[in-house]
Write a protein that binds this ligand. Structure first.
Ligand code: AMP
Length: 171
């Protein structure tokens, strides 16, 4: 099954994605995660993507489309995929549709995760990510046992640059 998850940043697409794919043999593909890994690894793509991500802007379509479609060619996508954060605009949607059509495939399901904007702002600005293992916490709804430290690996918790209030509003 080929699924796309849509929704504003912080709507919980990542959380829902884990539940949706639980009993399915399809990968969860988040373009945001792909970019964050590239930033962490300091690759050329990461350096470029970070220029946009840190300001809450979209990474240019030609770069994003290239990354997403390349990922879809991976063998683990043969039985389907769950796309999270892609497509984000019409150009990307058309590129995806064209790519799938060339392989006689299509999107089977599109899920829109709808959440009020004020709730989203609180969620994003309170979110903290472990700099070691990537686990997610929230200052009020899921605080770590020790302040600013990950419950699992004890690494320091950080706020994603694009989770700051101004950036969230822009996103
Ligand atoms: P996300 O984790 O989905 O909120 O994505 C984090 C950041 O990665 C976004 O704010 C964008 O800068 C970039 N990004 C992720 N997906 C896309 C996309 N489909 N198009 C352009 N930029 C993207």
């Amino acid at each position: 099954m080929n699924i796309i998850l849509l929704g504003l940043p912080g709507a919980g697409k990542g959380t829902q994605a884990k539940v949706i794919i639980e009993n399915q043999r399809i990968p969860h593909i988040s373009t945001g995660d792909l970019f964050r890994k590239a930033v962490k690894d300091k690759t050329e793509l990461g350096l470029l993507a970070n220029e946009y991500m840190s300001k809450g802007e979209l990474v240019p379509d030609e770069v994003t489309i290239g990354i997403a479609l390349q990922r879809l060619n991976n063998v683990d996508c043969l039985e389907g995929f769950l796309l999270d954060g892609f497509p984000r605009n019409i150009v990307q949607a058309q590129a995806l549709e064209k790519h799938l059509a060339s392989e006689a495939k299509k999107i089977d399901l599109a899920i829109y995760v709808e959440v009020d904007e004020n709730i989203l702002l609180g969620r994003a600005t309170g979110r903290r990510i472990c700099s070691g293992c990537g686990q997610t916490f929230h200052l009020t709804s899921k605080p770590p046992k020790v302040i600013d430290r990950c419950d699992s690996c004890n690494e320091i918790l950080i706020q994603r640059e694009d989770d700051r209030e101004e950036t969230v509003r822009e996103r």
